[in-house]
Design a protein around this ligand. Structure first.
Ligand SMILES: [Zn+2]
Length: 207
């Protein structure tokens, strides 16, 4: 497998990179990404491909179940560098359907590192349990709901970070978007509008 990746890289160099040499030479000097992307580590959710973006568009952090954890130094460094140094104004948290992390939150998991990590989705689980019970949802609907509620919950974590609160206090332009990528169709749904911070109808229907 790694060999085939290198072969595909050779095709990238000879094709896309050579065809758009000016662009790649431009971004070789310095990056000016417009978005911080916080997504799931899932192999099927490649942010560049699903949004039709070239390298240089997004500053990226991915982990299992697109979780925002205040004590994750990797994510905190991405946010600090992206917001303060790259001056990025838009942060997207993108969850997805058929997420193994979300399934593990739903079913419970014993493996210690994964279980510890997924504690950060406990709030979303409690909320989706309540809504699903009240509405008599089936297992598939409930997993989709949990994926959506997890995005809502992680946006809540982001909004409470000291760094974000301080930037807002200073009047910085900052929009935080909540999205859901549907693996079955390839479509991205907006759950929370970055401009207003308000949930769209898709999410509001569960309030
Ligand atoms: Zn996932």
């Amino acid at each position: 497998m790694p060999r085939s990746l290198l072969e595909q890289n050779a095709r990238f160099v000879a094709g896309e990179f050579r065809t758009h040499a000016d662009y790649y030479q431009h971004i070789a000097v310095e990056q000016h990404p417009k978005v911080i992307w916080i997504g799931c580590a899932d192999s099927r959710v490649s942010e560049d491909i699903i949004t039709g973006s070239r390298p240089g568009t997004m500053f990226v952090h991915r982990n299992i179940a697109n979780i925002v954890s205040y004590n994750d130094p990797g994510l905190m460094a991405v946010l600090e560098y992206g917001l303060l140094h790259l001056k990025i104004k838009d942060v997207i948290v993108c969850g997805h359907t058929r997420c193994g992390g979300i399934e593990a939150v739903e079913k419970g998991v014993d493996e210690y590192c994964i279980a510890d990590w997924l504690c950060m989705a406990a709030g979303a689980k409690e909320r989706s349990d309540r809504i699903a019970a009240a509405r008599g949802m089936d297992a598939v609907e409930k997993l989709d709901l949990l994926a959506m509620e997890n995005v809502r919950s992680q946006l809540g974590h982001l909004n409470r970070l000291g760094l974000i609160r301080e930037l807002r206090r200073q009047g910085a332009e900052l929009r935080i978007h909540g999205w859901l990528y549907r693996i079955e169709t390839g479509k991205i749904d907006v759950l929370i509008e970055g401009e207003t911070g308000e949930p769209t109808e898709l999410l509001r229907q569960y309030e």
